[in-house]
Design a protein around this ligand. Structure first.
Ligand code: 4NP
Length: 159
């Protein structure tokens, strides 16, 4: 079982959307049982909360279910996951600082690095102070990155 964790700051907007998009693509591909997907935040201030209502609504507009409860990423989580997918450079840096060792840092990637159309080092913009179109853009960016990530998982893990 391959295990993925999407990580943003609060775990109420971008990473639950990334999680929902990836699960949606996996289920469409008949691979729902082969890959475990979850999400977390580098900060803990929304711990226990549902995803933001605007994130859930954006997911619905794309046929993607966005759910779960916010939790904070822990250093020990590096041992639990194969891929830790940071939404932006600041999340990446926080995760890198939290990583116990080189093995953890090898699991860490910027989500958009899997999208061949994305500029080097690109982030998923934080939609928290934005509007519905910013949340739609997050879904679109996640779709563009998760589809090639799924192809890579298929190749490298013989799914
Ligand atoms: P997320 O968005 O990191 O995509 O979940 C945010 C959620 C909450 C805050 C900032 C960004 N906040 O400042 O509370």
């Amino acid at each position: 079982m391959v295990k993925l964790c999407f990580v943003c700051l609060g775990n109420i907007c971008r990473s639950p959307i990334g999680e929902g998009v990836m699960r949606h693509l996996l289920e469409e591909a008949g691979l729902g049982g082969a890959v475990e997907v979850c999400s977390a935040g580098t900060a803990g201030y929304h711990r226990g909360e549902l995803p933001d209502a605007r994130a859930r609504a954006a997911g619905r507009r794309f046929g993607v279910e966005v759910h779960g409860r916010a939790r904070q990423f822990q250093s020990a989580d590096f041992a639990r996951f194969d891929y830790v997918l940071a939404m932006d450079a600041s999340n990446y840096q926080a995760l890198s600082d939290l990583s116990p060792d080189l093995d953890g840092r090898r699991k860490l990637h910027l989500l958009r690095s899997f999208d061949p159309e994305s500029p080097h080092g690109a982030s998923v913009p934080d939609p928290y102070y934005g509007d519905d179109s910013d949340f739609d853009e997050v879904v679109e960016i996640c779709l563009a990155a998760c589809a090639p990530l799924l192809e890579k998982l298929r190749r490298e893990h013989q799914l």
